[in-house]
Ligand binder design. Structure first.
Ligand code: URA
Length: 434
């Protein structure tokens, strides 16, 4: 170890050679201990971006990052613990829906979730919009939640993967985020440290996602599935479309409302409902609670129809100090005091919606963070009234912005493309990888 030099790792990767497992261990330990200077890590990250990493290197990077900090031990809760991870999308509130569904079906759903940054929201912020809700659970509280209501969701409170945290901060400022091995190691190290036995991945593909082409999304999905399997995880990935926001709501309290509506059986044919139900069903199959997807989907529809999934969400909220009556009476959720309608200046068919720019608009309204210490306004956001393929008339309301009067109206981006032809429909589910 002592004779190793970061210079040699950078030179090897720059020249297109694979790093040895002990070299990767040396780098990750040095990053964790704060010994490796940022400029050397940055140079290596850039070399990895250009030269990539093979499966063995990606696996070594993942495992070393996983072991750089605390690992949750959920073994005191019997049974398979299932997790879900989405690579991030605008309006993606599937966790609020599928967590209660799979838990109501009897499966343990253990999820550590993040806070939002930039144009994508974070699950933790959505739960935090429910008055009183505690979203940072100790490991003992997390385990108690899993044991009592089959569902636990928390911001990571243990010091999970400090090496990833440091490297992600460097990637963010050195334009080295978009590298498949680096994304794989970053996501999978945290998922493995979270302690679940099975994982369903929702790899987003399209204008609002990290991966804009199906080829890249597939390569990322295959890479994460390979790492999960090598580590004995039950794992499957869905590649789903993210070229319009998921559902009608962008913004924290609004997304809670929309999730509750889905759990109450509304919007059954929406992409949000179909995707949340399918992800739930995949979790039930991986967790051994259903033999196949069809029987899993029957269970999913059953717990929505009989109200037990919604009831479970209320019990989860109450258990963590939240006000469950806010889920029946939305006026108890944080509210915006002003509404601005954005109308169509001409007629046409919606060809595409730039979800990234709507995510940024929601952030400008105060629903998201520009930098990680920003304080959120849970009540503000956007109601999206149109989807790709809709026919709209001139003057029709396309968006409702929910804002606070003291905050100036942000510049409205060019977010929608209209055309004279109805675009051919594209399925929300592009592919599966297992
Ligand atoms: N999310 C992560 O946690 N890490 C990445 O590298 C990309 C998305």
């Amino acid at each position: 170890m002592e004779s190793m030099r970061m210079y040699d790792l950078i030179f090897a990767k720059k020249s297109g050679r694979a790093l040895k497992p002990e070299q990767i261990a040396f780098w990750v330990k040095g990053v964790t201990d704060g010994i490796v200077p940022d400029e050397q890590s940055s140079a290596l990250l850039m070399a990895i971006c250009w030269r990539s990493m093979n499966t063995e290197e990606t696996l070594a990077l993942t495992l070393n990052m996983r072991d750089s900090g605390h690992r949750a031990d959920l073994s005191s809760v019997p049974g398979i613990k299932v997790d879900k991870h989405s690579t991030g999308g605008v309006g993606d509130k599937t966790t609020l829906i599928l967590g209660p569904i799979v838990a109501a079906c009897g499966l343990k759903c253990a999820m550590f979730s993040g806070r939002g940054l930039g144009h994508t929201g974070g699950t933790v912020d959505k739960f935090a919009a429910i008055p009183g809700m505690k979203v940072e659970l100790t490991e003992a509280e997390f385990i108690a939640s899993l044991a009592r209501v089959n569902f636990a969701n928390s911001a990571p409170t243990g010091d999970f993967c400090p090496a990833d945290r440091k490297l992600y901060a460097l990637r963010d400022v050195t334009a080295t985020v978009e590298s498949i091995p680096l994304i794989t190691a970053s996501i999978m190290s945290k998922k493995l440290a979270g302690g679940a036995d099975a994982l369903v991945l929702d790899v987003k593909c399209g204008s609002g996602a990290f991966m804009s082409t199906l080829d890249d999304a597939r390569t990322l999905a295959q890479s994460m599935v390979a790492v999960g399997k090598a580590h004995g995880m039950k794992i499957k990935a869905l590649i789903t479309r993210m070229d319009e926001p998921l559902g009608w709501a962008i913004g924290n309290a609004l997304e809670v409302m929309e999730s509750v509506e889905i759990l109450r059986g509304q919007h059954k044919d929406s992409v949000l409902a179909l995707e949340s139900f399918r992800l739930s069903a995949e979790m039930l199959v991986l967790g051994g609670l259903a033999a196949d997807l069809d029987s899993a989907l029957l269970k999913v529809h059953g717990v929505v129809a009989d109200g037990s999934a919604f009831d479970l969400l209320k019990r989860f909220v109450a258990m963590h100090g939240g006000d469950p009556t806010a889920l029946d009476d939305f006026s108890r959720l944080p509210q915006a005091r002003e509404q601005v309608e954005i109308k169509a200046d001409r007629a046409g068919y919606v060809q595409s919606i730039d979800s990234r720019s709507l995510g940024i608009l929601a952030m400008e309204l105060g629903a998201g963070r520009k930098s990680k210490d920003d304080v959120l306004d849970f009540g503000v956001g956007i109601r999206v009234h149109v989807h790709v393929g809709d026919s709209i008339t001139q003057g029709q309301t396309l968006l409702t912005l929910l804002k606070q009067p003291e905050r100036p109206l942000p510049t409205i981006p060019d977010w929608v493309t209209l055309g004279s032809e109805k675009p051919s429909p594209v399925d929300w589910l592009l592919e599966t990888v297992e």
